[in-house]
Write a protein that binds this ligand. Structure first.
Ligand SMILES: [Zn+2]
Length: 66
């Protein structure tokens, strides 16, 4: 019997209550915002992983030296 991800309802990954790290972050975000409630059929928003892409970097350290 497999667990289900409490965020999106998909089968959770082994050793984790969530299906992916993204859903784990969504759940964490709910806790941090203090508005955690029993999830219904809500689909997780895509606005949680803004850390992966940072358009406001200086670009001085990641430049390929030419
Ligand atoms: Zn999920």
């Amino acid at each position: 019997m497999k667990k289900e991800c409490p965020i999106c309802g998909q089968p959770a990954a082994e050793g984790s209550p969530f299906c992916s790290s993204r859903c784990a972050y969504v759940d964490l975000g709910h806790w941090l915002s203090g508005s955690y409630r029993i999830p219904t059929n809500e689909v997780p928003e895509e606005d949680v992983d803004t850390d992966t892409q940072n358009p406001y970097t200086d670009g001085s350290s990641q430049e390929s030296g030419r």
